[in-house]
Design a protein around this ligand. Structure first.
Ligand code: CDP
Ligand code: MG
Length: 137
Protein backbone atom coordinates (compact mmCIF):
# COMPACT_ATOMS: atom_id res chain seq x y z
CA UNK A 1 0.00 0.00 0.00
CA UNK A 2 1.23 3.48 -0.88
CA UNK A 3 0.46 6.76 0.89
CA UNK A 4 0.04 10.26 -0.50
CA UNK A 5 -0.87 13.71 0.80
CA UNK A 6 -3.95 15.33 -0.71
CA UNK A 7 -5.14 18.87 -0.08
CA UNK A 8 -8.55 20.36 -0.75
CA UNK A 9 -7.33 23.90 -1.40
CA UNK A 10 -8.96 27.09 -0.01
CA UNK A 11 -10.77 27.84 -3.31
CA UNK A 12 -12.55 24.46 -3.19
CA UNK A 13 -13.51 24.86 0.47
CA UNK A 14 -14.81 28.38 -0.25
CA UNK A 15 -16.78 27.22 -3.32
CA UNK A 16 -18.49 24.48 -1.29
CA UNK A 17 -16.75 21.65 -3.18
CA UNK A 18 -15.40 19.76 -0.15
CA UNK A 19 -18.16 17.16 -0.29
CA UNK A 20 -17.81 16.57 -4.03
CA UNK A 21 -14.06 15.98 -3.63
CA UNK A 22 -14.42 13.73 -0.57
CA UNK A 23 -17.06 11.69 -2.37
CA UNK A 24 -14.70 11.22 -5.33
CA UNK A 25 -11.86 10.17 -2.99
CA UNK A 26 -14.10 7.44 -1.54
CA UNK A 27 -15.44 6.38 -4.93
CA UNK A 28 -11.87 5.94 -6.23
CA UNK A 29 -11.17 3.50 -3.40
CA UNK A 30 -8.71 5.52 -1.30
CA UNK A 31 -8.54 4.80 2.43
CA UNK A 32 -8.55 8.04 4.43
CA UNK A 33 -5.95 7.43 7.15
CA UNK A 34 -6.03 10.98 8.54
CA UNK A 35 -7.91 14.20 7.81
CA UNK A 36 -7.97 17.74 9.22
CA UNK A 37 -9.11 21.25 8.34
CA UNK A 38 -6.74 24.09 9.06
CA UNK A 39 -5.54 27.45 7.82
CA UNK A 40 -1.88 27.81 6.89
CA UNK A 41 0.05 30.90 7.91
CA UNK A 42 1.92 32.50 5.02
CA UNK A 43 5.17 31.19 6.55
CA UNK A 44 3.77 27.66 6.51
CA UNK A 45 2.54 28.02 2.92
CA UNK A 46 6.02 29.26 1.92
CA UNK A 47 7.59 26.22 3.58
CA UNK A 48 5.15 23.80 1.98
CA UNK A 49 5.79 25.19 -1.54
CA UNK A 50 9.49 26.02 -1.05
CA UNK A 51 10.43 24.06 -4.23
CA UNK A 52 8.67 26.85 -6.14
CA UNK A 53 10.27 29.78 -4.27
CA UNK A 54 12.07 31.10 -7.38
CA UNK A 55 9.00 30.89 -9.62
CA UNK A 56 7.12 34.05 -10.62
CA UNK A 57 3.86 32.63 -9.25
CA UNK A 58 5.29 31.87 -5.76
CA UNK A 59 4.09 34.96 -3.86
CA UNK A 60 0.60 34.76 -5.29
CA UNK A 61 0.46 31.00 -4.59
CA UNK A 62 1.48 31.55 -0.96
CA UNK A 63 -1.18 34.25 -0.55
CA UNK A 64 -3.80 31.98 -2.07
CA UNK A 65 -2.86 28.93 0.01
CA UNK A 66 -2.99 30.94 3.24
CA UNK A 67 -6.18 32.83 2.31
CA UNK A 68 -8.61 30.47 4.03
CA UNK A 69 -9.16 26.99 5.42
CA UNK A 70 -7.99 23.91 3.56
CA UNK A 71 -8.44 20.19 4.19
CA UNK A 72 -5.43 17.88 4.43
CA UNK A 73 -5.85 14.14 3.87
CA UNK A 74 -3.52 11.20 4.21
CA UNK A 75 -4.70 8.81 1.48
CA UNK A 76 -3.67 5.17 1.21
CA UNK A 77 -4.13 2.80 -1.70
CA UNK A 78 -2.11 0.72 -4.10
CA UNK A 79 -0.38 3.17 -6.47
CA UNK A 80 -1.91 6.06 -4.47
CA UNK A 81 0.47 8.81 -5.68
CA UNK A 82 -0.10 8.23 -9.39
CA UNK A 83 -3.79 7.40 -8.97
CA UNK A 84 -4.57 10.58 -6.99
CA UNK A 85 -2.69 12.76 -9.49
CA UNK A 86 -4.67 11.18 -12.33
CA UNK A 87 -7.94 11.97 -10.52
CA UNK A 88 -6.74 15.58 -9.98
CA UNK A 89 -5.82 16.18 -13.62
CA UNK A 90 -3.21 18.52 -15.12
CA UNK A 91 -2.07 21.59 -13.16
CA UNK A 92 -3.69 23.89 -15.74
CA UNK A 93 -7.40 23.08 -15.62
CA UNK A 94 -7.84 24.06 -19.29
CA UNK A 95 -5.42 21.23 -20.18
CA UNK A 96 -6.87 18.73 -17.68
CA UNK A 97 -8.64 15.64 -19.01
CA UNK A 98 -12.41 15.34 -18.98
CA UNK A 99 -13.68 13.86 -15.71
CA UNK A 100 -10.76 15.08 -13.58
CA UNK A 101 -11.40 17.23 -10.51
CA UNK A 102 -9.44 20.17 -11.88
CA UNK A 103 -11.27 20.08 -15.21
CA UNK A 104 -14.57 19.87 -13.35
CA UNK A 105 -14.01 22.41 -10.54
CA UNK A 106 -10.94 24.65 -11.04
CA UNK A 107 -11.49 28.32 -11.87
CA UNK A 108 -7.90 29.41 -12.70
CA UNK A 109 -4.39 28.01 -13.14
CA UNK A 110 -3.64 28.89 -9.52
CA UNK A 111 -7.09 28.10 -8.13
CA UNK A 112 -7.04 24.45 -9.11
CA UNK A 113 -8.88 22.97 -6.10
CA UNK A 114 -6.58 20.10 -5.11
CA UNK A 115 -2.97 19.16 -4.38
CA UNK A 116 -1.28 15.76 -4.55
CA UNK A 117 2.26 14.65 -3.77
CA UNK A 118 4.33 13.87 -6.87
CA UNK A 119 6.73 11.13 -5.64
CA UNK A 120 7.41 8.79 -2.71
CA UNK A 121 9.92 11.09 -1.01
CA UNK A 122 7.76 14.23 -1.34
CA UNK A 123 4.72 12.25 -0.13
CA UNK A 124 6.59 11.25 3.04
CA UNK A 125 7.71 14.86 3.65
CA UNK A 126 4.29 16.36 2.93
CA UNK A 127 2.47 13.84 5.16
CA UNK A 128 4.85 14.69 8.00
CA UNK A 129 4.30 18.42 7.34
CA UNK A 130 0.58 18.06 8.15
CA UNK A 131 0.28 15.04 10.46
CA UNK A 132 1.99 13.53 13.46
CA UNK A 133 2.00 9.71 13.55
CA UNK A 134 -0.50 9.64 16.44
CA UNK A 135 -3.05 11.27 14.11
CA UNK A 136 -3.01 8.33 11.70
CA UNK A 137 -5.91 5.93 11.99
O1 CDP B 1 -0.09 21.15 -8.13
P1 CDP B 1 0.81 20.56 -9.20
O2 CDP B 1 1.82 19.59 -8.65
O3 CDP B 1 0.01 20.00 -10.34
O4 CDP B 1 1.60 21.79 -9.85
P2 CDP B 1 2.98 22.52 -9.43
O5 CDP B 1 3.75 22.77 -10.67
O6 CDP B 1 3.67 21.77 -8.33
O7 CDP B 1 2.50 23.95 -8.89
C1 CDP B 1 1.98 24.09 -7.59
C2 CDP B 1 0.77 24.99 -7.66
O8 CDP B 1 1.18 26.31 -8.06
C3 CDP B 1 -0.28 24.61 -8.72
O9 CDP B 1 -1.13 23.58 -8.31
C4 CDP B 1 -1.00 25.93 -8.92
O10 CDP B 1 -1.92 26.19 -7.87
C5 CDP B 1 0.16 26.93 -8.82
N1 CDP B 1 0.72 27.33 -10.13
C6 CDP B 1 0.45 28.62 -10.63
O11 CDP B 1 -0.25 29.39 -9.99
N2 CDP B 1 0.99 29.00 -11.84
C7 CDP B 1 1.77 28.17 -12.54
N3 CDP B 1 2.27 28.58 -13.72
C8 CDP B 1 2.05 26.89 -12.05
C9 CDP B 1 1.52 26.49 -10.84
MG1 MG C 1 3.47 19.92 -7.40
Amino acid sequence: MEQTLALIKPDAVGQGCMGTILQRIEKEGFHVRAMKMLRLSSKEAMAFYRVHEKKPFFESLVNFMSSGPLVALLLEKEDAIRHWRSVMGATDHTQAAEGTLRRQLATALERNVVHGSDAEDTAREEIAFFFSTREYI
